[in-house]
Design a protein around this ligand. Structure first.
Ligand SMILES: [Fe+2]
Length: 309
């Protein structure tokens, strides 16, 4: 198993940022950003924030307490459009259809899709680029974890790198809802009618940092093109197992008002729910995307680079 190319030797502050403080959270993924409030981001700070995100994959900012308007404005720092979720609860009634409400009680009968390793909304042709998630109420232990999709690829043996570089994967929202018993029964027909599905390479070239990232999760992934369902399931499991490598993960323990900003193409995430008993889990999320950015791969060049010693 090879260590990722961008392995960091210690948690010393990253001096390449001048607008705020950046401290790596693990050798591979994640950084804490301090001395910055997201409601007051200058142009220079926004540029550095994006640079920090493409380098670290996920940024943690404590004590932000943003209003829905401020959360929305923070989302626009990372892309020209904000997602309006297909089936999730939103703040549309309060005038914020782009703010997704992630609310969960132990008594909820519906299974949620947070406790699986996944990228968000990959069944879209132009999936989210960046998510900005703020905690309102988080029970003790209901942490969120991220894993590096770039390290997940880099830690594969070369033969499997070439295999995954050659694959295309179909992602489908209705399939995801059925597979994980997620959507309420009365919404399933709507999801099927919506027909939200997309085909993406199993490995993508990240549009902002050029790293190759494994783009297969246990969310919307339906099947591998050209493979039987049985063969495809083996390959999908191989990919998901990469996300589970502890050395390429980071785990964040929320406090109310904290924010996590993540690169949705360069990371996968997992919401640890555990036993909430009678406690409530409540977070709010906006996500930026661009009609000009689709997951893509320079396939033959990437395969040649792996094959060339
Ligand atoms: Fe998610």
């Amino acid at each position: 198993m090879n260590a990722p190319a961008q392995f960091r030797a210690n948690s010393a502050r990253d001096d390449s940022f001048s607008q705020f403080d950046v401290t790596p959270a693990t050798p591979v993924l994640g950084a804490y950003v301090s001395e910055l409030h997201l409601a007051e981001v200058t142009k220079a700070a926004a540029e550095e924030l994006r640079a920090a995100l493409w380098r670290y994959g996920v940024l943690f900012l404590r004590d932000q307490h943003l209003t829905p308007e401020q959360l929305t404005a923070a989302g626009y720092l990372f892309g020209p459009q904000l997602e309006e979720h297909t089936f999730g609860k939103t703040m549309a009634d309060e005038g914020h259809p782009e703010v997704l409400v992630i609310e969960q009680m132990q008594s909820d009968r519906a299974k949620t899709t947070t406790d699986i390793w996944h990228h968000d909304v990959t069944a879209r042709q132009n999936p989210n680029l960046v998510s900005v998630l703020q905690a309102s109420e988080v029970p003790f232990g209901a942490d969120t974890m991220w894993t590096s999709a770039a390290a997940a690829f880099e830690w594969l043996p070369d033969a499997l790198k070439v295999l995954f570089l050659s694959l295309d994967v179909e992602h489908d929202t209705a399939y995801m809802a059925l597979r994980h018993d997620f959507a309420p029964a009365d919404k399933l027909a709507d999801l099927v009618a919506l027909g939200e599905s997309a085909i993406h390479p199993a490995v993508i070239r990240h549009p902002f940092n050029d790293r190759l990232c494994l783009f297969v999760g246990n969310g919307y992934t339906k099947r591998i093109h050209g493979y039987s369902a049985e063969q495809g399931e083996h390959l999908i499991k191989l990919a998901i197992d990469q996300a589970k490598i502890p050395e390429i993960q980071v785990r964040f323990q929320w406090q109310p008002g904290d924010i996590a900003i993540w690169d949705n193409l360069g990371t996968l995430h997992y919401g640890v729910t555990g036993d909430l008993r009678n406690q409530k889990r409540l977070l709010h999320r906006v996500a930026a995307w661009s009609p000009d950015i689709r997951p893509s791969l320079d396939r033959q060049a990437a395969i040649d680079a792996v094959m060339t010693p």
